[in-house]
Each structure stands twice: as C-alpha cells, then as structure tokens.
Design a protein around this ligand. Structure first.
Ligand code: GLA
Length: 385
C-alpha cells in the first residue's frame, strides 16, 4: 500500500516536473523563433520596457524570458517612485530597486531610474512640517536633496539615466501648480538636477512629460529646457512619454516634437509608449493619473477580444510611429514601452477601472501581435544610415 502510494507520488511529481519543463522549453523555443525588437533596432536606438516586480524578480519565468529576449533597456514601473522607495521620513525600501538594478546588470541592459520629483505618488508628509502644515522652502529643499542623494547615490555608476523631474508643466505650457513649485519656487527643477548630478556625475539626467506633441505645451517645454541650459543646469535629455491614441497625436506632431528637442542639443527619448485603442472616456488626451471615469459598456467594447480590423489598424499606427522614430536615429536614443504585455498595462484601469485594452506589442499570454510584426518590418525596411 505504502509502496503504491510512493509510486503514485513519484508519478505525480514527475508529471508536474515534465509539465513545467515543457512549458519552459516551449517559452524558450517560441522566443528563439520570434525575431527580437532589440536586434532589429540595434544601431538605431535602445528598445525598452517598463517592468513590474514579477518581471524583474523573475517570479514569472515566461514573461521574464520575453523581457530578456526582446528588450535592452528597462524602467521600473513603480519601484523607484517616492512613495515606494521612501514611504516614511528616514525609511527607505531598497529591496525591489536593488533587484531591479541587479536584473538589468545581469542582462546587460540600459537601466533607467524613474523618477525623482513628481507631484503624484509622493507621500503627503514630504510637503508638511511636524504639525501637518505646509513645509517651508528650506525644509523641502533639504528633504529633496537628502532623497536624491540617498537614492541616486545608492545606484551610483549602475543606473545609467534618471527621469529627474516628471510632468512639471500644465497643458498651456506654464509651470504646473504643484507643492514643489508652491513651496520651493521655480528653482526646484534646477535644484533637483543639481542634486542628482552631485550624487552621480556620470548619470544621464532627463526631464520627462506627456502631451509634448501639443503646440502650446511643446512651446512651454522648449522654453523651460532652454532656460535650464542657459543656467548651466546639468540636463542631458528629454523624455517624451508617448501615451498615444489611434489617431492622435499625428505622426507629423511627433516628428515636430522630436525635431524641436533635438535642436536644443538634447538626447531625446520616447519613454512610456503605448497606444490606447479604447473610446475616450472624456475629451481629454493625456496621462493625468488623478483623473477617473465610470465604467460603462460602451467604453469597453473589446472585452471579449480585439476585432481584426482594429488589430490591423493598431499595427498601422505603430508602423507609422516607428517610421518617424527611425527618421530620428542619432537624436532619438531610446524607445521604451510602458509595459510588456497588454495585461500589464495601466490603460486597463485608467481613466476607467476594469477595461480590456490592447496598447502594447504582446498579447496577454505574451504572444507577439500584428503590431509587433509591423514594428519589426519597419526596422527592416528603413534605409541604412
Ligand atoms: C505617468 C508616469 C508613469 C506612470 C504613468 C501611468 O506617465 O510618468 O510613472 O505612472 O503615468 O502609469
């Protein structure tokens, strides 16, 4: 009886083991047969992805294999935002960021830090004194310096580039009215770059924002960057987030924004690329993460799958965008997607919670979509430089 039981147990264990081995082997074979984005764009620019912890701690072997096969640059989706890395005064969580950086190093990737100064995902205490009143300029500057020196300093020589200031502009191109601006004044931006440069003089330092393709915001961004350059602020590049829709912004607008930033002599990056295929919840196109709208069936038309016509239209959209990106090889240093698979994307929950969106190149099971083939084809049909 005992012997029968042991045999049964062994058989089950063996079946489990072979199942796992087959799964891994299939994943490896599939990724070996699929062309890779990073190889197709070698010599043009880095191809990156924002990663969640399951991907960079290798908890999810299938998606980790996909990341390693396809991308040569990474950004942490949340692990380095202030609320994650420094949730309480004097207390830092470096466990996930350490694993993120080690993952990038082990796989020889360009490692991005995201982000140092933002008005979202920053705890309220940062802007308050001990009594809960608004902190004064000196206190906030001291906190900013300590945060940047601690976080950037820890990864000195290991994180290659930092999004230093995120989304400091309003849609009309003026400085956004954030607690950073209200408490410190407009030099908070220059100070943040200066602190980051002190902590790691070799790291590239970027300004990062969305809707930079819109004329007014683009004008404001160009003014801000020119001013920083004139003051000798150590800024090396600008990140165009690239949260796009199927027909907006136009390829011409994207082209014009890259050209304009390139003329400042800055490195240009597309830092958070995705294409929202769902109907607009309201007349707003941007990436203000504080906005939200009610879930209604008409806002979630593809819950059961993406119709082929939309799938093809998305492929066309991506082909057009990469055509523009390829035109700017040399100035454009990196194109990073905001997520790896459609299932990862924040666009399933923003601005409406619980929708089914399809904004990336890999489907929910990690299979390449027609949009992936279109991006690979665009690289192959580009004229050599
Ligand atoms: C902004 C931020 C990112 C991320 C996206 C949405 O673009 O820069 O860190 O939060 O919004 O997820």
């Amino acid at each position: 009886m005992a012997c029968h039981f042991t045999k049964q147990l062994l058989r089950t264990a063996f079946a489990g083991f072979s199942c796992l081995a087959i799964l891994l082997l299939t994943a490896l074979l599939a990724s070996a047969q699929t062309p890779s984005l990073k190889d197709a764009y070698k010599g043009s620019f880095f191809i990156g992805a924002a990663l969640n912890p399951a991907e960079f701690t290798e908890q999810d072997a299938r998606f980790t294999a996909l990341v390693i096969a396809q991308f040569n640059a990474i950004t942490p989706e949340n692990a380095l935002k202030w609320e994650s890395v420094h949730p309480q005064p004097g207390s830092y969580n470096f466990d996930l960021p350490d694993r993120y950086v080690a993952f990038g190093e082990n796989n020889h990737m360009f490692i991005v830090g995201h982000n140092l100064v933002w008005h979202n995902q920053t705890p309220a205490w940062v802007f308050q004194d001990d009594k809960g009143n608004p902190a004064d300029r000196e206190t906030l500057l001291k906190r900013l310096r300590e945060h940047i020196h601690t976080v950037v300093g820890r990864y000195h020589g290991r994180i290659n580039g930092w999004d230093v200031v995120n989304e400091a502009l309003e849609e009309d191109g003026t400085l956004r009215q954030t607690p950073w601006l209200k408490i410190i004044g407009e030099d908070y931006i220059a100070k943040a770059f200066q602190f980051a440069h002190e902590a790691d003089p070799q790291a590239e330092l970027y300004y990062n924002d969305y809707n930079l393709e819109n004329e007014t915001k683009l004008k404001g961004a160009l003014e801000l960057l020119r001013k920083l350059q004139a003051q000798g602020v150590p800024i090396s590049g600008v990140g165009i987030q690239g949260h796009y829709h199927m027909d907006s912004p136009s390829n011409e607008q994207v082209d014009a924004a890259i050209t304009a930033f390139g003329k400042l002599g800055l490195k240009v990056m597309i830092t958070e690329l995705d294409v929202d295929v769902l109907p607009l919840a309201f007349q707003y196109m941007g990436a203000d993460v504080t906005l939200s709208a009610e879930l209604q069936p008409k806002l979630n038309p593809y819950a059961k799958g993406l119709p082929d016509a939309v799938q093809q239209a998305l492929a066309q959209r991506y082909a057009g965008l990469f055509g523009v990106f390829l035109k700017h090889r040399g100035v454009l240093k990196r194109v990073t997607f905001w997520g790896v698979t459609d299932g990862d994307s924040w666009l399933n929950n923003w601005p409406v919670k619980g929708r089914t969106n399809y904004p990336l190149l890999f489907d929910r099971s990690g299979q390449p979509k027609p949009a992936f083939d279109a991006v690979i084809r665009a690289a192959h049909s580009a004229t050599p430089q």
